[in-house]
Design a protein around this ligand. Structure first.
Ligand SMILES: Cc1cc2nc3c(=O)[nH]c(=O)nc-3n(C[C@H](O)[C@H](O)[C@H](O)COP(=O)(O)O)c2cc1C
Ligand SMILES: C=C(O[C@@H]1CC(C(=O)O)=C[C@@H](OP(=O)(O)O)[C@H]1O)C(=O)O
Length: 371
């Protein structure tokens, strides 16, 4: 199993949904970075389960406890470890799921790979719950990026089950920061109502829906990225595909760029007072795997929640017979709104790693001004 990601900034996550706790170890953080735990907690609250009728009924406080690497509000330079307790497990919901494989979840693939020794309760290490420690690490990275580099990240819901928010996601600091304060971050309020209606309708019918999230990374300077294999797109995609339920990612115009001619898709350059700008951003802020100074824009496709109470066909791996299954228990009828802060955080980890690859600690020492 590979539970570690990052080059200079290494993040390792651990735990299972129904175990004692889940957590994260962040290795490679420079010492002396000021960390505001209130900011991290506010991001974790955005993801926490059990808040409303659009999400799972499992209630977790998701209050992180830092056990190392932080002293008097500043990083010490040693591995920073945070733990989040699992307080509201109800493992009996999974008693019949030891052998009956949920279609769409990782039950069968996990069973095969780990020879049936995997903790299947609550999806174990495959659970969306494991995004809580990832979010902790990413929220820490987000505030370091904001405070030391002015880089801002925000994600909105672009689409839920065919209902699209067609208003533009303005590439400016106000929009990107404001979107983070919304519980259900849709810009067009009419579209928001229709999306919420679709979620509740699916829930009533014992079903689920998915959708698309759109992310903007603002104020990222030109020149970051390590082609060939550590291009910015590759690193972001690697990270985003680690989030359970993600099934696609596109940058800039994405697949739509194939409907354009080169004369339309090329982003023209111009210069003003010695600085270089681009007139459009069809390439999503990345060329040759390197940032070009425009906002990095990407969209993430999130599938409908696999655990649904509609009758489904499956197999029983103990008898190797065909069977049927209706999943009960507490599940998100839609994952998109809860994945939004996780995507912000995951993107922040990639950007911070890219900066550290290029600038190392010099960047922090320079900007801290105390060394
Ligand atoms: C925040 C979040 C919440 C999730 N909630 C649920 C859930 O309640 N029920 C469920 O079956 N899957 C849920 N998932 C998705 C599954 O964990 C995921 O589909 C499963 O691990 C299989 O991985 P894959 O879809 O990436 O192939 C959630 C994912 C995330 C990121
Ligand atoms: C607990 C969380 O979400 C869980 C993600 C999840 C899954 O299969 O991914 C299944 C459900 O777990 P349980 O059956 O234990 O309630 C969700 O509630 C969380 O995100 O913190």
């Amino acid at each position: 199993m590979s539970s570690m990601i990052g080059n200079k900034l290494k993040v390792s996550i651990f735990g299972e949904s129904h175990g004692g706790a889940i957590g994260v170890v962040i290795d490679g953080l420079p010492s002396g970075l000021e960390i505001d735990m209130n900011f991290i907690e506010s991001q974790m609250e955005r993801r926490a389960p059990g808040k409303d009728s659009f999400s799972t009924a499992r209630k977790e406080s998701d209050k992180p406890s830092v056990v190392s690497g932080l002293f008097e509000g500043k990083t010490t330079g040693s591995p920073l470890c945070a733990i989040i307790l699992n307080e509201d497990t109800r493992s009996k919901d999974y008693s019949y799921l030891k052998y009956a494989m949920r279609p769409g979840h990782a039950d069968y693939t996990g069973h095969v790979k780990y020879s049936g020794f995997n903790d299947y309760r609550g999806g174990g290490h495959f659970s969306g719950r494991i995004t809580a420690p990832l979010l902790f690490a990413g929220a820490l990275a987000m505030q370091v990026l904001e405070n030391y580099k002015g880089i801002l990240i925000g994600t909105r819901i672009k689409k839920i089950y065919g209902i699209a928010d067609n208003s533009s996601f303005e590439e400016n600091p106000e929009t990107v920061v404001n979107i983070r304060s919304m519980d259900f971050p849709v810009i067009d309020q009419q579209a928001k109502k229709l999306m919420q209606h679709e979620i509740l309708k699916a829930k009533e019918e014992g079903d689920s829906v998915g959708g698309v999230a759109e992310t903007i990374i603002l104020n990222i300077p030109a020149g970051y990225g390590e082609p060939f294999f550590d291009s910015v797109e590759s690193k972001i995609s690697h990270m985003i595909f680690s989030i359970p339920a993600v099934k696609g990612i596109e940058f800039g115009q994405g697949f739509n760029i194939t409907n354009m001619r080169g004369s339309e898709s090329n982003d023209p350059y111009y210069t003003q007072e010695g600085n270089v700008f681009l007139k459009s951003n069809n390439n999503g802020g990345i060329l040759g795997g390197i940032t070009n100074g425009m906002p990095v824009v990407f969209r993430t496709a999130i599938k409908p929640t696999p655990s649904i109470s509609k009758l489904q066909e499956t197999i029983d791996v103990s008898t190797m017979e065909n069977t049927t299954l209706q999943v009960s228990g507490r599940h998100d009828p839609c994952i998109v709104q809860r994945a939004i802060p996780v995507i912000d955080a995951a993107a922040a980890l990639v950007v911070l790693d890219l900066i550290m690859e290029r600038e190392g600690e010099i960047f922090f020492n320079k900007t801290k001004g105390d060394i």
